[in-house]
Design a protein. Structure first.
Length: 259
């Protein structure tokens, strides 16, 4: 699929899934905005894309800050003339039993995943509505469908993403805007690597057991989902122009969760 000259704003894109999606979109012809908490890392990723022949810029963005979100979206729209694709990917994870979570930790996870998705969506929709076209992709999780031990706020937030997406799909339909959710299984990103020792300590098992018996136990082949798997699904959603595919969530988990 091709995204020739389309402008894609991708959050959390200096590393992990966001970076892989950004590179894939750039290869497909999109003009990519790498938005990340860390300006240097965002610019470094943009430089990699440009070195490979793509078009990209890096910007600093804290998705929980309303003024920053509004300013970055306005800057992107003015610099490129439009915003065609939003990928709300920025995320954070804290692993511990529910009774040990502080209220501040709960609010941090909700702010990054849910507040960030809302603020970005609200800021981008006017530009998409004006052009009568747009695609919004939310990074959900198998935890948008299921629950796991030690992840109460994350599971709650990822379930909430489904409701936001479905509402945006209905409200955006008359304006040519589609919205969908990608629901990965475990991908060996820095976010997942960080969880392995945390879960081993919390569950009293080895790190190898966390990988084998927690993360990959339900898969059909004992394999991690890859960043490329998710990037290819994101490209499919972004390049699918018909409203036949909107308000949907696609699980990419090697069969860990099926529906």
């Amino acid at each position: 699929m091709h995204l020739h000259n389309q402008v894609a704003l991708i959050t959390g894109a200096a590393s992990g899934l966001g970076k892989s999606i950004a590179k894939t979109f750039a290869t497909a012809g999109a003009r990519v905005v790498i938005a990340d908490l860390h300006q240097q890392a965002a610019e470094a990723t943009a430089d990699e894309i440009v070195a490979d022949g793509g078009r990209a810029i890096g910007v600093a963005l804290d998705v929980t800050q309303e003024a920053q979100v509004e300013a970055v979206v306005e800057y992107v729209a003015k610099a490129f003339g439009s915003i065609d694709i939003l990928v709300s990917n920025a995320g954070v994870q804290i692993v511990k039993p529910l009774q040990e979570f502080s209220f501040n930790e709960w609010r941090t996870i909700m702010a990054v995943h849910l507040d960030g998705a809302f603020l970005l969506t609200r800021a981008c929709l006017p530009y998409m509505y004006a052009r009568k076209r747009g695609c919004i992709l939310y990074m959900g999780s198998v935890h948008s469908k299921e629950a796991s031990l030690l992840k109460a706020p994350y599971v709650t937030a990822k379930h909430g993403i489904l409701g936001l997406c479905r509402t945006v799909a209905k409200e955006g339909a008359m304006h040519g805007v589609r919205a969908n959710v990608i629901c990965p299984g475990f991908v060996r990103t820095p976010l997942v690597d960080k969880q392995i020792p945390e879960q081993a300590k919390a569950l009293g098992i080895t790190e190898a057991q966390v990988v084998r018996d927690v993360m990959l136990r339900g898969t059909v082949d004992g394999e991690f989902t890859t960043e490329r798997d998710i990037a290819e699904v994101a490209l499919m959603f972004a390049g699918f122009e018909s409203a036949a595919l909107t308000g949907q969530s696609l699980i990419v988990s090697h069969g860990w969760v099926m529906e």
